[in-house]
Structures are given as structure tokens and as C-alpha cells.
Design a binder for this molecule. Structure first.
Ligand SMILES: *Cc1c(COP(=O)(O)O)cnc(C)c1O
Ligand SMILES: [Zn+2]
Length: 392
């Protein structure tokens, strides 16, 4: 049944491991691992028509060795044109990728479908993650679907209530950690991971699922690549996933040039912006991450190397936006287009606004903003009632 060959490869030393090995870090040098696929054949724009309307339509570039695919028909989310907003912001075209329409309301479902299928295939009984909210909501749902036990570690008092509610509804065992996400992740990697399969984005199978969003942009734009993809960055797994997807389209001759990726971070949690702006080859210390966009409230992005590579190799950039700018963008998108997101999901709109002001984007540019999470995740009163100074 194996139509493709898959392996795990270290992003630093190139050491290779069989795909079925449970490994989160290179055994030789300790760096991140990446899934590498050599497909036998690949889809084309034509061959995709009529296939299932989920991310599993791209089956040639997804694992074919699973004993059972754990899916809620995630992915294949809408790409909505925002004409009024494009005009107001001063770009040629603006589209919003509605990742909040996934089964549990965020793009995390793409990664969990592949990751939990892998857990089943490996014979795991239990799965675990640390989370700023959406990862735990998603893992809890897919674990239920797969009949696996699930525990989640979250920073106490720092996750949006809707997300906590989801994890509880899906029956996860919840550990509230005093400290930030970074401390919660450390706990999972150092202790909880010994009894359970870890499904944070350090697990390369998560990225493998999330890369399908790039295939969708390619398909939904009819094979074009002349746009910027703008997305919020926390652990920087997702931006790495988009880049992986575009690179595979390149490798398989489906595109000849990849779009440029723009990573957006909140001012209070922006180590990746620091790395890009100062051309660092290390991650600067960032001990007290703080932002209203809890999904990206991360000081030590575990996938920073992959994320930084994605930005550099694509010829993109990284942008920092303030909480006020995020809130103002959230309300602008809502009031002008009838689309709302959780705060992190509107950070790309804030970034586009800023890049236009700085003369780095303009009337010639097409942009796709990734609305990563659903508005109903986070319904804090201050998101609608704060007095945000309006920019002109
Ligand atoms: C997880 C998440 C992010 C950040 O993605 P990373 O892969 O951690 O960079 C952004 N927005 C939302 C809504 C998320 O759930
Ligand atoms: Zn290595």
C-alpha cells in the first residue's frame, strides 16, 4: 500500500530516521526533525476536481501508511475576497483564509488529523500537549474521535475561555501551569512525554498536516503565486508548514516561484521579529511574553529555526504589531467585511496596514491574510468595548 516513501530528517545535520520512530529531536545533534516525502506521483489542478473537500484531497503528499485516518474533514477552508478592506488599506487585492471554519475553530485541526492518525498507527494510548488554547481544544477533539486519552498543559488564567471550554467538553485532563506557555511546554517535554505521545508542533507530523493550507491557496487561486501570505507567528510551526507546502509544490513542478511569507508577532512576544530584523543566528532571550492575542503569547518559539528559514528563504519579512493595532484591525475587519477572528487571527490585517503605511506594500500588491482562529474562541468584553484610537 505504500505509494510514497517517508522519512524523518534532521534540519541541521541531515541525519535520517525511519518515519515510524517516535522521536521529537535529532538523536545526534538535538535539533528539530522534518518529515520528508518522496511521492510516486502528484496531483494537478485538474486531477483534484471531484475529490473529498477536506485537506485529505492532497493525498499524494500526505502519509499513505496510516492504519486509520482520524479526521473531522478539516481543511479546504474558504478564501474570501475582501474588496472594501483592500481599498481602505491601499492594496490591490486582499483575501482572508477562513481557518476559523475548521472543525474546532482553528488551523490546528489540520496538524491534529495527521498527528493523531500517527499516534493511532504507533499504538499510543495517550496523547499530550502544552497549549495556549487552540492546540488543546483540537487535540482533545481528535483524541475523542480516536478513542485516546488526552492531557493538556495550559498556562493558568492565560487561555481564552472558549478554548478551555472545548478541552473540557471533549474530556481532556487539564493541568493548569503557573507560568507561561513556555513553562508548560517544558513540563510536557521533560516529564509528561514519557507516558504519552506528544502533539506539540515540535512533532513534525503536525507540520505535515498544516502544510496543506499552502496547497489550498495554490488551488484556490488557480495556481497563482503572485501574492504575499501574511500570518500570525507564535511557536512558528504554522509559517514553517506553509513554506514546506510551497516548497513541495516547487519540487513537484506545480509552481515555478513561491509566494513570500510575512510573519506577524505581537510587540510583547516578538523574538522572531528580532531574529529577522537583526539577522541573528540564535533566539534572543524573551522571558515575559505578553499580549492580548493569547494564541501567540510565546517567548521561546520551539520551531524558531524552521520559521526563520521560511521567512528568509521565501524572501519575506517579519512584522511587529501592538495590542492596540491588533484590536483596531480586528474591529476594522469585523465592521467592514463582516468577518471576525480571535485576536491573533487579525494580527495579519494590522501588519498589512502597517506595511502600507511604511510604503512596503501598496497598490500593486496582492495579499492573503490567514485568519487563524474563530472569533467565538475569545469573547472577552474588552475586545469590543475598549476605546481604540482610530488611525486615519
Ligand atoms: C497556534 C496559533 C497561532 C500560532 O501558530 P504557530 O504555529 O504557533 O506559530 C496563531 N493563531 C492562532 C489562532 C493559533 O491557534
Ligand atoms: Zn541532527
Amino acid at each position: 500500500m505504500d505509494q510514497q516513501s517517508y522519512k524523518l530528517v534532521c534540519i541541521s545535520c541531515g541525519e535520517e530516521y525511519p518515519y515510524s520512530q517516535i522521536l521529537y529531536r535529532c538523536a545526534r545533534c538535538g535539533d528539530l526533525l522534518e518529515c520528508r516525502i518522496e511521492p510516486q506521483e502528484v496531483f494537478s489542478l485538474c486531477s483534484l476536481s471531484g475529490r473529498i473537500q477536506s485537506m485529505w484531497r492532497y493525498r499524494e503528499l500526505l502519509p499513505s501508511f496510516f492504519r486509520e485516518i482520524v479526521t473531522l474533514e478539516e481543511g479546504y477552508t474558504r478564501l474570501v475576497k475582501a474588496e472594501r478592506l483592500a481599498k481602505m488599506l491601499g492594496v490591490r487585492e486582499l483575501y482572508v483564509k477562513m481557518e476559523g471554519l475548521n472543525p474546532t475553530g482553528s488551523f490546528k485541526d489540520r496538524g491534529m488529523s495527521v498527528g493523531v492518525s500517527m499516534a493511532k498507527t504507533l499504538g499510543a494510548r495517550q496523547v499530550v500537549c502544552a497549549s495556549t488554547g487552540n492546540t488543546s481544544a483540537s487535540l482533545a477533539a481528535y483524541a475523542s474521535r480516536a478513542g485516546l486519552k488526552c492531557s493538556v498543559y495550559i498556562p493558568e488564567g492565560k487561555i481564552a475561555l472558549g478554548k478551555l471550554f472545548q478541552a473540557r467538553m471533549f474530556g481532556a485532563k487539564i493541568y493548569q501551569v503557573r507560568g507561561s506557555f513556555d513553562e508548560a511546554l517544558k513540563m510536557v517535554l521533560e516529564t509528561a512525554g514519557s507516558q504519552a505521545y506528544i502533539l506539540n508542533s515540535v512533532n513534525p507530523w503536525r507540520i505535515e498536516g498544516q502544510k496543506t493550507a499552502a496547497f489550498e491557496l495554490w488551488e484556490q487561486t488557480g495556481g497563482r503565486t503572485d501574492y504575499f501570505v501574511v500570518l500570525p507567528v507564535g511557536n512558528s510551526g504554522n509559517i514553517a508548514a506553509y513554506w514546506k507546502g510551497f516548497k513541495e509544490l516547487l519540487e513537484n513542478g506545480l509552481i515555478s516561484e513561491a509566494p513570500r511569507l510575512i510573519g506577524v508577532q505581537a510587540e510583547g512576544a516578538s523574538p522572531i521579529v528580532e531574529v529577522i530584523a537583526r539577522q541573528l543566528d540564535y533566539l534572543p532571550q524573551w522571558s515575559n511574553p505578553e499580549t492580548i492575542a493569547t494564541a501567540i503569547r510565546i517567548g521561546r518559539p520551539i520551531n524558531w529555526k524552521k520559521g526563520v528559514r521560511a521567512i528568509r528563504e521565501s524572501g519575506g519579512t517579519a512584522v511587529r504589531v501592538s495590542d492596540e493595532e491588533i484590536l483596531s484591525a480586528l474591529r476594522l475587519l469585523a465592521s467592514v467585511e463582516g468577518i471576525a477572528t480571535e485576536p491573533a487571527g487579525s494580527a495579519p490585517i494590522a501588519a498589512v496596514r502597517k506595511l502600507v503605511e511604511d510604503g512596503k506594500l501598496g497598490q500593486d500588491d496582492r495579499v492573503i491574510c490567514i485568519a487563524t482562529g474563530n472569533m467565538l474562541k475569545d469573547t472577552r468584553e474588552e475586545l469590543v468595548s475598549w476605546n481604540v484610537p482610530q488611525k486615519t
